[in-house]
Design a protein around this ligand. Sequence first.
Ligand code: GLY
Ligand code: MN
Length: 458
Amino acid sequence: MFSKETYIQRRRQLKERVGSGLLLFLGNDHAPMNYADNTYSFRQDSTFLYYFGLDHDGLAAVIDVDGDREIIFGNDPTIDDIVWMGTQPPLSEKAERVGISETLPLSRLAGFVKGKQVHYLPPYRGEHQVKLQELLGIAPAAQAAGASIPFIRAVVDMRNHKTAEEIAEIEQAVDISVEMHLAMMRMVRPGIHEAEVRAAVTAIAQRGGGDISFPVIATTHGQTLHNHGYIHTAQAGDMFLLDAGAEVASHYCGDLSSTYPVSGTFDERQRVIFDICLNAHRTAVAALAPGVPFRDVHLKACTAIAEGMKSIGLMKGDVDEAVQAGAHAMFFPCGLGHMMGLDVHDMENLGEVWVGYDGQPKSTLFGIKSLRLARPLEPGFVFTIEPGIYFIPELIDRWRAEGRFTDFLCYDAIDKFRDFGGLRNEEDYLITPDGCRRLGTKYKPMTPDEMAAAASLE
Ligand code: GLY
Ligand code: MN
């Protein structure tokens, strides 16, 4: 938690930006796994954390902009709560730590908002939908459309611009994330199970008091972009893809990816593809600066990948035309990066079109439709750079059967890579007033030689 002045200042800015009305914030409740008292580890709503700091269940808050009131709604612990969960201060004392002097029991919330014009954010949990229906009488199916655009835009604009104290937290998360990746490089060898790597890197994320920032991807089948299975044993000749990050106790996130050769060195074909991906990564980083649309950075990385694929005979024709048409998406069917902060995909619940597109429409073209960030970059933006190259047999077969992009894709040559798998490398960046900075005081090895050197250190 930051000092109370941070939260007071954030709420003051939010009131100025939205201008009038009643702003409703729903905190998260515990989410049961299989019965009510057996819950997933608690995760507070990130916008609630950003403005109200309190990191436990059973809370809501209202800012009455016109009446200049800020109220946290919640219940004081009962004797049963204390018996099962331990001593806890009263809500008023907790609220005071974030500069809030007015608290009310949760039962008062419905009466407080009744009949008023309420700004609310899009719900992403069933419990929020139930509460919005009870509080505001809006059916779940209509809730997303009724969410307040001025409220969303104000929150997005504030949270998109990270302050120095937020960046310090993110850098701690990135440093722990680097440790997770170094551990992977040291432990991966033929015979290791994906589940062992997942367990080891999760432990590193958790031992500092935080957790993982999203379900770990630890796989020898890197061609599946979000592979959450941990069922394989690594074999000599495989590549091991780790996409994993830590979330520190304050809930700021890191997100890194590495692809490591299980035998210790890449074979010739793997090395060629790895170098094309690394070149795309460096091309993207070299383009980062305030004012540059991230869409252009993404397209530069796509072009670098397409040029690399052409150089080894997997693509042909005019590279710029191929990228414009979307042919490179055979190998890179996703986006180059996403905003990162209190959420690993920051504020995705508020809508990518606001967070990453500033309200501009997204493309529907396969590949670039999955780009989460496209807007011109501004100082304070924190995001990932994560190009990858993937050979997805079903996609190869589908496009070939459909005759897609035959001017640009060399299907016979591509087919020889159908068992290749996939690889990705990822780092986290901050836009500064005059350029960019890689986040983290620790460095995640990026080249094969750097990875080999890191793997040999105990
Ligand atoms: N690191 C997982 C993702 O960015 O989707
Ligand atoms: Mn990522």
